[in-house]
Design a protein around this ligand. Structure first.
Ligand code: G6P
Length: 366
């Protein structure tokens, strides 16, 4: 009801603004990266496994796609990620020393549950879920769990569930890193500080809303949009494109920026805005040359940069700056502007933001 919405127009907007609180709740009580975060007896299992297979659908799949970069880079664990509805029907090669990780807001998505059971039937007994509903089928089915505390999510387009899933997956990454001797005490302390500061960092990103409202006014008149990212931020671009599709009905796709010249550059005109996720990381210089390719074809750029990113606005280049660069947790921060862009674009187009046509909050049948 209206009372629950408070000052917000839609549940989606409320849930976007709840993220500092949702992340704080999800990380409450985390004082280090210990297997016990994932349940009693987790240490024995986490010591046995030597690879990770992530299975999920929709937005949860993009959380998993982000985690793959973390798990390989920080924990040194070979990781694959697959859409659950593909994995469950594919002939694949099982490895019994795999940790099967399912990610699900609801814990009831039929394809993800079936994919988990399929993996088990192939001889992979070890499973862990990152899930938002403690009483769900997924939590019952999995040996280990990290429960996100996003709270009830009503908007069909997932927002706070995604960023809390990322937090849970980061904890899994660092726990595996520590077990494997890849996390010394100073690094652990630095990561803990970054996690504790995350709610305040997210609050500062949410303060960019007026600038995203201005961007959304321009997007509302378009029928296509392209999202670019590289590395850890490629899944963020995918999630940004998904949000825009789901609620504004604008056709959007995401590409890893290095693939631009292998196809999507042919689509670039002034009629297709290009959103670039451009944090101040090691890939920034590469990304900037991709962006020049877009500009040279008359494409209009909307760049999400960090405070100290060396990039300046000019004709056809719009820039918003996140307050600080956030290292490996940067995907959590860079997701928020894209949520706000999709949300305000949908509002400007007058769509049914919380209940987009043809979509359901939780897909419990195949
Ligand atoms: C539906 C929802 C999405 C969600 C996906 C997976 O498509 O509309 O927002 O990401 O299901 O749901 P789950 O509950 O498994 O995360």
């Amino acid at each position: 009801g209206a009372a629950e919405l408070g000052p917000y127009r839609h549940y989606m907007q409320k849930e976007i603004f709840e993220q500092p609180r949702a992340l704080a709740d999800t990380l409450e009580g985390v004082e280090g990266f210990a297997p016990s975060l994932f349940g009693p007896g987790a240490e024995a299992t986490l010591r046995q496994i030597d690879r990770v297979l992530i299975l999920a659908c929709g937005t949860s799949y993009y959380a998993g796609s982000t985690a793959r970069y973390w798990l390989e880079a920080l924990a040194g664990v070979p990781t694959s990620v697959e859409v659950a509805s593909e994995y469950r029907y594919r002939d694949s090669v099982p490895d019994p020393r795999t940790l099967v990780v399912t990610i699900s807001q609801s814990g009831e998505t039929a394809d993800t549950l079936a994919a988990l059971k399929h993996a088990r039937s192939l001889g992979m007994p070890h499973s862990l879920t990152v899930c938002n509903v403690a009483t769900s089928a997924m939590v019952r089915e999995c040996e280990l769990a990290y429960l996100t505390r996003a709270g009830v999510e009503i908007g069909v387009a997932s927002t706070k569930a995604f960023t809390t899933q990322l937090a849970g997956l980061f904890l899994l990454t660092l726990t595996l890193a520590k077990l494997r001797g890849r996390l010394d005490a100073p690094a652990e302390a630095a990561h803990l500080r970054a996690l504790r500061h995350l709610p305040a960092a997210l609050q500062a990103v949410l303060a960019l809303e007026p600038q995203l409202i201005a961007w959304a006014e321009q997007f509302a008149a378009k029928e296509h949009a392209l999202f670019l990212g590289r590395g850890l931020h490629y899944p963020v671009a995918l999630e940004g494109a998904l949000k825009l599709k789901e609620i504004s009905y604008i056709h959007a796709e995401a590409y890893p920026a290095g693939e631009l010249k292998h196809g999507p550059l042919a689509l670039v005109t002034a009629a297709m805005p290009v959103v670039a996720v451009a944090p101040n990381d090691a890939l920034l210089e590469k990304l900037k040359s991709n962006l020049q390719e877009v500009r040279a074809r008359g494409g209009e750029l909307f760049v999400c940069a960090d405070a100290d990113t060396q990039i300046s606005p000019s004709a056809g280049v719009h820039i918003i700056r996140l307050p600080e660069h956030y290292g490996p947790l940067s995907p959590i921060l860079h997701t928020l502007p894209l949520q706000l862009l999709a949300y305000h674009t949908a509002c400007a187009r007058g769509t049914d933001v919380d209940k987009p046509r043809n979509l359901a909050k939780s897909v419990t049948v195949e």
